[in-house]
Design a protein around this ligand. Sequence first.
Ligand code: SAM
Length: 232
Amino acid sequence: MSYSVSPIGFVRSCFKEKFAIPRQPQLAPAARGILELVAPFDQGDAVQGLEQVSHVWLLFLFHQALEEKPRLKVRPPRLGGNKSMGVFATRATHRPNGIGQSVVKLEKVEAGRLLLSGIDLLDGTPVLDIKPYVPYADRVDDARNDIANAAPRLIAVQWSDAAQVQAYEHATRLAEPLVQLIEQCLAQDPRPAYQTPSPERHYGAQFWDVDVRWHYPQPDVIRVLEVIAANR
Ligand code: SAM
C-alpha cells in the first residue's frame, strides 16, 4: 500500500549545503529561514491564529537524502560514524519515508510565509505539514535518551582579523546575524568525527550567499580564515 503526500511549502534557508548544518534544531538560534507556502496554503486563512504560537513542528522531506532501498541500520554521525544502530533509534537523515521533523521558532507570521529561526534545514527543503508546539503535551520533563543524552560539546571559534571584518560587512549587507550564525554552527564542530584535522587542512561551507573558510590550529579550536562572496 502506498500513500502520496505533497509539500505545503518550501524552506528558503541560510544553509545552502548539508555540511555545517547543526544536527538538530535550536542549536543555532541565529539560523534563519523563510517557509514559503504554496497554493492553496499561501493565504492568510491557513495561518490564522499561528501568531499566538512561539514554536512550530515542521514535518519535512530530507529531499537530498532520499534512497530507493530502505536501511535497517544506520551509522549516525553523533556516534562517530563507525557504530551502527537501528534506524528507528536515531534521527539520521536516511529514513524509510525520508521524513524529518524539527521544532523551530516562529519569528513572524505573514500570509503565505513564516519567518523561522533555530532551523536545521537545507535550502529548498519541502515541508509536508506544520503543527503548533504544545508545551504541556510536547515537553516531557522526565524523558531520557542514553544514546544522545546532551547537546554536542562545543569547541572554541576564533576569528582572523580579516575574516571578522568581512563577516560584519556581509552581515550588514544581508541584514542577518551572520557572525552569530557562523560561530554557533562552527562551535558544533562540523568535521566528521573520524577526521583528525591538521592545521594545514582547510574546510569550507556556504551560509546565505557567502563562503566561510576555516581551519583547526589545534584539534579543538576553529579559526575562521575568510568570509567571501560565494561564486556558486
Ligand atoms: N531535526 C530533524 C529530525 O530529527 O528529523 C533533522 C535531523 S538530521 C540529523 C539534521 C541534518 O539533516 C542536518 O545536519 C543536515 O545535514 C541534514 N538535512 C537538513 N535538511 C536536509 C534535506 N532537505 N535533505 C537532506 N538532508 C538534510
